[in-house]
Structure formats: C-alpha cells, structure tokens
Design a protein around this ligand. Structure first.
Ligand SMILES: Cc1cc2nc3c(=O)[nH]c(=O)nc-3n(C[C@H](O)[C@H](O)[C@H](O)COP(=O)(O)O)c2cc1C
Length: 331
C-alpha cells in the first residue's frame, strides 16, 4: 500500500545535521515552530551491529511528531534491517543521498549514490515495499556541474515509491561552498508529483518565502541558520502567515533559549559540555560585545563555567536570565 508524506502544519523543516540535531536540539526547534525534524544521519551498519551510540542518536522527544530518521548505507539489506528496527519510533524513514564527506563517499554511500540512480531506485523500492512508514530521499543537485542529475534521480525515486524528496541545491563537488542553485529545485518540482522539500542557503524568513515562491517547492528545509538560531522557525512561520517580520530576539530571550536547550540536554541524559559550548558560541553571534564571550567559552571546561561567562556578560549589560541548574551541570 502506498504511504504518504505527512501533511505538515508549517512550511519550514529542520535539516538533518550531524553533531547538531540530537533529540534535545530537535525538540527545541519543534517548540520554536519547526514543521518537522530529522535526526542526523545514522549508519545502517552501526545500527545493524547494535552500536549503542547509534541508538542514542535515534531517541525521539514527545513533542516531536512528525520526525524522520535519516539512514545512510549502500547495502539494501542493511538499510532495510536498520529501518525496520526504527520504524515504530519515527513517522518517516529518510535515505541520505547527499553527504559529500570522504568517509561516507568512499563506502559508496551518501552523494556517491548519485552516480548510480538505478541503485538509488532499487534501494527506495526495497524500503518502500517492506516498511510500514513512508520513505523519503535527501539528494544533492548532482555530482558536479557537468553531472547535474537531480531530476533523473528524483523521478526514479518517485517511480520506486518515495513519498517525498529533499533537494539540497549544491553538487557533491561543491561541498558547502559556492551558492545553492535553486533552479534545480524548481526543475525537480516540475518533474515529480510527490512533495518536494527545497534546501540550501535559507538564512532568514525572506529567503524562505523566496524559495517557496521561486521554486514552487512544498516545504523548505533549514540547516545552518537554524543551528545558530532555532527561533528562526518562529520568524518564518510568522512571516509566511502574516506577511510581517518579527523584531529580532533580545539577548535575554536568546539566552533563555540557550538555557532551555541545556535543560533538554540534561533531560535526555547527554554529556552536555561540548553541545552546550557549541550552542553558547553560536547563539551569542551577532550580539554586541559577544566576540570576547565566545573566546572565553572556548576555554570553559564545565557547564557552570559557561553559565558564569554568560551571566557576567549579561550583568555587564545590566541584564539577568533566570538560569536553571541541571543535575549534571559540571559535565
Ligand atoms: C554541521 C552539519 C552537519 C550536517 N549533517 C548532515 C546529515 O547528517 N545529513 C544530511 O542529509 N545533511 C547534513 N548536512 C547538510 C544539511 O542538512 C543541509 O543540506 C545543508 O546544510 C544546506 O542547508 P543550509 O544552507 O540551510 O545549511 C549537514 C550540514 C551541516 C552544516
């Protein structure tokens, strides 16, 4: 029986990001208005072998539905077994056909699969025929500017049962450099009947509206801009629904989100310090005098150190945030 991509209440989806979109971060973005979330990519091989870290990567928060799990692998059997282990917890099973990292590409996975659209088709068919949940695929535009084949790959995915397709409008050889070419998203949208999720270089609500309008895509997906600012989802929703921009978030409100993230990390039992430091660095970007704060955070060894640095920064501006203390605060 055909399985459909869920109907989403909002237009902006949180992108899968390795080392970023853990369950706590996804839950934070969902509360801020993300239409849907995806786990970071998880190795099917590791899941099949029962690697504990992979299962930590596939926790789901209660507020998260719909949530997709993203798998990578090149063996149909392995990806299927991994997906079968996880399908009860997730609304969508997504296949990574976009990662350009050497350690993934050299195994014939991620964006390397774009060289063999029929293999992608067979993988999609295997999953679509044997899973209870819809299967989606996240691709790039192609391998390089001489081999842009997103339309061919997307069409083959649809023919083999994919329920939606995400297009990151860069090639494998671009990595994360250069600009995303949104015209590829528009071409894919014209070629397939399943929902198309456009991705690449959305930095604010205006970019989100422009991508929807210029490409006709059904949803947009946000990566790096959300990593620095989960509140972006609230801004995008507001702009798309009311045509007006919200004022920028105050430093105090941004720090409240940071400490909410800390609480969530605590709640889900994470070793916080690295995640927390990274978000403390990115969430303070753009605020006056924050460069010295980020330098100080570099040397922080515990969550309490980070908290003190931020409290001091706020005090200098005669501001305070009611900072919560998680039970693992010196991790
Ligand atoms: C730190 C980081 C990790 C990423 N990890 C993944 C991943 O696990 N799976 C995936 O499909 N894409 C991954 N991506 C790519 C993003 O999902 C997205 O396609 C890309 O960042 C372009 O969108 P943006 O311009 O909104 O950032 C990652 C990107 C970043 C910056």
């Amino acid at each position: 029986m055909k399985k459909f991509f869920p109907r989403l209440d909002n237009k902006a989806i949180l992108a899968p990001m390795s080392g970023v979109t853990n369950v706590a971060f996804r839950s934070l973005c969902k509360s801020a208005g993300a239409a849907m979330t995806f786990t970071e990519f998880v190795s099917s091989t590791a899941l099949v072998r029962g690697n504990g870290k992979s299962f930590v990567m596939t926790q789901v928060a209660q507020n998260e539905s719909p949530c997709g799990v993203q798998l990578f692998g090149s063996s149909e059997e392995e990806v299927l077994i991994a997906a079968q282990k996880l399908q009860d917890s997730f609304d969508v099973i997504d296949i990574n056909v976009g990662c350009p990292a050497y350690k993934v590409v050299r195994q014939g996975c991620g964006s390397e699969l774009l060289r063999n659209p029929q293999k992608v088709g067979a993988l999609v068919r295997k999953l679509a025929n044997n899973l209870d949940k819809p299967v989606t695929v996240k691709i790039r535009s192609g391998i390089n500017k001489k081999l842009i084949n997103a339309v061919e790959v997307a069409t083959i995915c649809e023919e083999n049962g994919a329920a939606a397709i995400t297009v990151h409008a860069r090639t494998q050889s671009q990595g994360f450099s250069g600009d995303a070419d949104w015209s590829v998203i528009a071409h894919v949208k014209r070629a397939v009947g399943i929902p198309v999720i456009g991705n690449g270089d959305i930095r604010n609500e205006h970019d989100a509206a422009r991508m929807l309008q210029e490409t006709g895509c059904d949803y947009v997906m946000i990566g790096r801009a959300a990593k620095d600012n989960p509140y972006l989802f609230t801004r995008i929703n507001h702009f798309l629904q009311r045509g007006a921009t919200l004022p920028p978030l105050s430093l105090v409100d941004q720090m409240k989100i940071l400490f909410r993230y800390y609480d969530l990390l605590d709640q889900f039992g994470f070793e916080h310090i690295e995640f927390f430091k990274r978000s403390a660095q990115s969430f303070t970007k753009g605020f006056e005098g924050s460069a010295t704060v980020r330098l100080a955070i570099n040397d922080a060894r515990t969550v309490d150190d980070v908290r003190r640095i931020i409290e001091q920064y706020l005090e200098e501006k005669s501001l305070t945030v009611n900072v919560c203390r998680g039970k693992n605060s010196n991790k």
